[in-house]
Design a protein around this ligand. Structure first.
Ligand SMILES: *[C@@H]1O[C@H](CO)[C@@H](O)[C@H](O)[C@H]1NC(C)=O
Ligand SMILES: *[C@@H]1O[C@H](CO)[C@@H](O)[C@H](O)[C@H]1NC(C)=O
Ligand SMILES: *[C@@H]1O[C@H](CO)[C@@H](O)[C@H](O)[C@H]1NC(C)=O
Ligand SMILES: *[C@@H]1O[C@H](CO)[C@@H](O)[C@H](O)[C@H]1NC(C)=O
Ligand SMILES: *[C@@H]1O[C@H](CO)[C@@H](O)[C@H](O)[C@H]1NC(C)=O
Ligand SMILES: CC(=O)N[C@H]1CO[C@H](CO)[C@@H](O)[C@@H]1O
Length: 523
């Protein structure tokens, strides 16, 4: 070791020391139930345990001065947000020791809106089932600068499947004038107080957007919240006014709504026997509602800057569904963006690229995703690394195809994956054990953080050219502060040596460990 090298080593350790002293970053306390296994036989990782007095934290990462870069890794074996600092090297050219090689370019694509989750009725209920101090730990874990720094929040208008009952804001049969419209305890005592706390603890504005699952049964062809049924034609205008009343009522509670979608999953209510709150539309009926009722109602009541999202459904129906809506110039003028869910994402990601190129002025936002929803799947799997991988792979795929943000479903569920009035239990990045006043951070939580902590609002996608992908998935963004973040997912059981050239700086050489997710950050 020559003196120059020693100097660099001291410098690196000095820098780490400083960052450790200044921060009070807390490591993960691994937690797993003894002998916990799942029917699939999956090799599990672990959760991180939080309670009233302890929770792991991750302070806002800062890109070090060139020639250094920050390398943050989570893996199945051992690590959560494990940070090291390394140095750029001369680029050279690919040889046998490079399993993967990428070249960072200046070719820009979409700008990021953000990342987040949903404060559903069930999520808010689960948060509030903890002691007040532990509630704060959970909300900080998502929204504060020592947590994931989420900046998007989705809420349900009236009941959804993640509610403890089926309800709407006008359950009085035939009240077309909406005189009995009223927010419910789920809003006033659960979601709204949680939203106020989220907004207060976030450094950046948290943008809240909303969607309705079903109109009151009496407004529908089947008289019910569930099953095959559509909005009666005579109810189009009352249903538009219902949304305005919702916006007014939330505004009166000091919650401003950034965006709204025309309906959650408009195809569900066209499925006979569908088990939870739904309402069926065709693209043509949605277009008519948007142009004749919804758009004008929002405009008349001063909500013209609200972001209106069409679709809010599964990828395979793109681009046809939105084409039938957006081909109408008036509908085109009312629509700001296209919301898309992840449940049938095994079809081609090219659909997103195609949709973007057809409607380059309409943003695409991923508004719902969760694991454990397929028939035969375990709802909750504690410590599932596989589910971190499905999250990270889907986020990368979306970000590589013009999507401006990715919003998870329930921010917190109980050990069963509920509560849920329609027994549609699923998984969540945070699982709450109210009896123990504890919560467990699943690997999915860290999947979200490898993007949300590093790729900030306004970050611009940069193209990474793949010379040799080595079985890895990658995405790269330049933040508003000029720093560059690159995320690397290795789903393989073997490590891979990765070189990424980022001229004129040189090359980043890192090892993407077996079953790992990594984010690199540099100036
Ligand atoms: C876990 O498995 C070990 C080894 O089979 C056994 O000794 C132990 O009792 C088990 N613990 C529980 C809580 O079942
Ligand atoms: C909370 O967790 C920490 C870390 O595991 C532990 O030391 C502490 O005893 C726990 N506190 C309670 C009240 O359970
Ligand atoms: C809303 O904010 C205003 C102004 O800060 C305050 O006077 C009012 O009490 C708040 N209302 C609610 C319901 O929080
Ligand atoms: C995305 O779509 C555009 C326009 O159709 C096409 O030129 C481009 O090759 C597509 N990109 C990918 C990655 O498929
Ligand atoms: C990574 O490269 C080093 C040499 O720099 C080599 O010793 C090692 O075997 C390589 N690892 C893999 C997984 O290819
Ligand atoms: C397991 C569970 O939480 N089930 C609940 C689902 O929601 C219904 C309706 O509130 C409850 O009755 C169940 O207890």
């Amino acid at each position: 070791m020559n003196m120059g090298t020693i100097g660099i080593v001291f410098f690196i350790f000095g820098l780490l020391d400083v960052s450790l002293c200044q921060s009070v970053q807390q490591p993960c306390v691994p937690y797993m139930l003894e002998n916990y296994t799942v029917p699939s036989g999956e090799q599990l990782s672990f959760t991180c345990l939080c309670n009233a007095t302890y929770c792991d934290t991750f302070l806002t990462p800062v890109a070090p001065e060139y020639p250094l870069f920050l390398d943050v890794t989570s893996d199945r074996q051992q690590h959560r947000f494990f940070q090291t600092v390394a140095e750029f090297q001369a680029a050279g050219s690919p040889d046998d020791s490079d399993d993967a090689w990428f070249d960072l370019t200046d070719i820009e694509a979409q700008a990021i809106l953000g990342f987040g989750g949903a404060v559903t009725d069930s999520a808010a209920f689960n948060v509030l089932s903890l002691s007040p101090v532990t509630q704060d730990q959970l909300l900080r874990a998502y929204y504060s600068s020592s947590g994931l720094e989420y900046n998007l929040n989705r809420i349900n208008i009236g009941g959804c499947d993640f509610s403890s009952r089926g309800y709407t804001y006008v359950d009085t049969e035939g009240d077309v004038a909406l005189e009995t419209f009223a927010l419910q305890p789920e809003d006033l005592e659960q979601k709204i107080p949680v939203i106020h706390r989220i907004n207060a603890m976030s450094d950046e504005e948290v943008l809240t957007f909303a969607a309705a699952w079903s109109a009151p049964g009496w407004m529908k062809t089947n008289g019910d919240l569930v099953g095959y049924g559509q909005l009666l034609e005579t109810m189009y205008q009352p249903w538009a006014e219902y949304h305005v009343k919702f916006l007014d009522a939330y505004a009166a509670q000091n919650v401003s709504i950034w965006g709204i979608s025309t309906q959650n999953e408009p195809t569900d209510g066209n499925i006979p026997g569908f088990s939870f709150n739904c309402m069926g539309w065709t693209p043509e009926t949605q277009r008519k509602f948007l142009v004749e009722n919804f758009g004008p109602a929002l405009e008349q009541h001063g909500y013209d800057s609200l972001k209106v999202m069409v679709f809010d459904d599964q990828r395979p129906y793109l681009p046809e569904w939105v084409s039938h809506i957006l081909e109408d110039p008036e509908a085109f003028a009312y629509a700001d963006g296209i919301a898309v869910h992840w449940y049938i994402d095994y079809v081609s990601d090219n659909i997103l690229n195609l949709t973007h190129h057809l409607y380059p002025d309409k943003f695409i936002l991923a508004t719902e995703a969760c694991e454990g929803s397929n028939p035969g799947q375990e709802a909750v799997i504690l410590g599932s690394w596989h589910r971190l991988e499905t999250y990270a792979a889907d986020i990368i795929e979306d970000l590589e195809n013009w999507v401006i943000g990715w919003v998870d479903w329930n921010i917190a569920l109980d050990l069963e994956g509920g509560p849920n009035w329609s027994y549609n239990f699923v998984d969540s990045p945070i699982i709450v054990d109210a009896a123990a006043d504890e919560f467990y951070k699943n690997p999915m939580y860290y999947a979200m953080g490898h993007f949300s902590k590093f790729i900030r609002r306004g970050a611009v996608h940069l193209q990474l050219n793949s010379v040799r992908d080595g079985g890895l998935r990658t995405t790269a963004f330049r933040n508003p502060d000029g720093s560059v973040a690159i995320v690397i997912l290795n789903r393989q059981d073997v490590a891979a040596n990765v070189t990424i050239t980022a001229e004129p700086r040189g090359a980043l050489r890192v090892t993407a460990g077996a079953k790992s997710l990594k984010t690199l950050l540099f100036k």
